[in-house]
Design a protein. Structure first.
Length: 505
């Protein structure tokens, strides 16, 4: 039996429960169908066959979940930081114990390759541990003095919050958003993406089995236009942590306006990797290839625009093209696969349309350029490199969210900076140069929330994560997440009997 066959057999064992009983919502500690009994199918992008029937939650289900989160809030917020810390570590332990199940189900539901998803659970557990350790100090503030006055600031959890997540790496992203909310003392209503809802169900189960009190974490499946919208409009939900497309962020901002919702947005990107002639070319090429072709290119931080100094443009793009052509596209549970099927036929259509757009715009296809017949006949697209492109093309400006890289030459540093910043997004940027002074100057002027110099995206959890321009509002990571999930209060104490104006005698 091949490794793929063994993995597939195990994945089918893990999936059997979902196939038999469907994916229920979790409200107030109970696994429940949608109030009106409706379901929708989640399909596997490998063979487009249904994996499970999912509860189709709508406004009534969100209302129940928001009420449960509201009811659970005072108890959870009052629990000591140390107790929250211990509980979140127990959730992390339980995630690690079910790492294989999480990885296999994630691969089957999203099409992401096991090569990357094998670590998804561990990364999710790390998110819980990181915020567990910070829970005891989440409420801490500052002491600010002036003559005759001592100000003491402190933080308190904002209340029940809504978390809305996308389909690309659902397990990791859900932990990334939910762990800090719980550590802060908030209760949660989670609306996972309709295209990949399975591991969100595992996650809430794991948390409750680890001892999380009922109603602290509620999960309601459904679509953006019904469950998602209702969550953003609900009066009892104080804030929305959202990860998804920029235009959905705009809609959520409008939907939340009537209830003055606090919002945190992690949105799309069209991130440049900028390679100067003095860079370590081989390492830069490996990093560029990794950042666009890992996770199927369905990655907000992917380096989807390759800006290369003219003198090395031909050599560099040939190197990237050779590497792209050697990348294995295949079944996500095959341990050698790098690129699995894209999430859904509609998304595949969008990516393939961009390949046509690129050709029509006059760019050259240096690698890939079309669909691949993969196992199961699902949504497989070849890793693609467009060369001879310019920054005005749609393939250089719009987020494709697939394994498609657009390479553009630049003349000098000024030109490189202008190209890098000439885009509506500003999530990440990657700079390759051996000139440290240039690196300082260039990163100062780059319009991006996160920049890596001579490196691919290597995440350090205490650092801020988020974008500028159309890529987001707010920062996660370190203490920044608590700024979002908590309210800051200032209390001013008089330390002298200062003179108080006597109005009216
Ligand atoms: P999407 O915006 O279509 O959907 C994201 C979530 O929002 C889903 O759960 C969806 O049901 C919900 N939603 C849709 N319309 C809604 C509405 N009107 N009200 C409330 N909720 C609504 O995004 P997607 O296609 O699932 O994910 C891909 C996008 O996510 C890409 O743009 C990618 O760059 C972005 N992303 C960003 C980050 C980041 O950290 N910046 C990380 C991962 C993905």
């Amino acid at each position: 039996m091949s490794k793929l066959d063994t993995n597939l057999a195990k994945a089918n064992e893990y999936l059997a429960r979902f196939r038999a009983a469907g994916v229920l919502n979790q409200i107030a500690g109970e696994a429940v169908p949608a109030a009106d009994g409706a379901t929708f199918d989640t399909i596997s992008p490998i063979d487009l066959k249904p994996l499970a029937k999912v509860a189709h939650g709508k406004a009534a289900d969100i209302d129940r979940a928001a009420k449960a989160a509201k009811q659970a809030f005072p108890g959870w917020a009052a629990l000591s930081g140390d107790k929250r810390k211990a509980l979140l570590h127990r959730i992390a332990d339980a995630i690690v114990a079910r790492a294989e199940e999480i990885a296999f189900i994630e691969c089957m539901d999203t099409g992401q390759a096991l090569k990357f998803m094998a670590k998804a659970a561990l990364r999710g557990a790390e998110n819980f541990r990181f915020y567990a350790d910070r829970a005891p100090e989440a409420r801490d503030g500052k002491a600010l003095r002036m003559d005759g006055q001592l100000n003491v600031t402190s933080r308190a959890p904002i209340g029940p919050v809504g978390i809305i997540t996308p389909w690309n790496t659902p397990f990791m992203l859900s932990t990334w958003k939910i762990a800090p909310a719980l550590a802060a003392g908030c209760t949660v209503v989670h609306k996972p993406a309709e295209l990949s809802p399975l591991t969100a169900r595992l996650l809430v189960e794991i948390a409750e089995e680890a001892g999380l009190p009922k109603g602290v974490w509620n999960t309601v499946n459904g679509f953006g236009e019904d469950a998602g919208k209702a969550l953003t409009e609900h009066r009892d939900i104080k804030a929305i942590g959202f990860v998804g497309e920029s235009r959905t962020g705009s809609a959520i901002m409008a939907q939340g306006a009537a209830t003055l919702k606090r919002v945190h947005f992690e949105l799309g990107g069209k991130n440049p990797v900028i390679v100067f002639a003095d860079a370590d070319i081989e390492r830069a090429a490996d990093a560029a290839v990794f950042m666009i072709y890992s996770l199927n290119g369905e990655r907000c931080t992917s380096s989807s625009r390759l800006l290369v100094e003219q003198s090395i443009y031909g050599k560099f793009t040939s190197l990237v093209a050779e590497k792209a052509k050697r990348i294995k596209v295949g079944h996500p549970l095959d341990p050698d696969t790098v690129i699995g099927p894209l999430i859904h036929p509609q998304h595949e259509r969008k990516v393939l349309d961009y390949l046509d757009i690129g050709r029509r715009e006059g760019a050259t296809v240096a690698a890939g350029g079309g669909k691949v017949e993969g196992p199961g006949g699902g949504c497989y697209v070849a890793p693609t490199l467009f060369t001879e492109a310019n920054n005005g093309m749609r393939i250089a400006q719009e987020e494709i969210f697939g394994p498609v890289l657009t390479a553009i030459p630049f003349k000098d540093e000024t030109d490189a900076l202008a190209l890098a910043n000439d885009v509506s997004y500003g999530l990440t940027a990657y700079l390759w140069t051996s000139d440290v002074t240039r690196a300082l100057r260039f990163t100062d002027a780059l319009e991006a929330g996160m920049i890596w110099v001579n490196s691919e995206n290597v995440r350090h959890l205490p650092t801020p994560f988020g974008g500028v321009k159309n890529s987001g509002i707010g920062r996660d990571g370190g203490d920044w997440s608590f700024d979002f999930y908590m309210e800051t209060k200032n209390v001013a104490f008089a330390t002298t009997s200062h003179a108080i104006a006597k109005l009216g005698g």
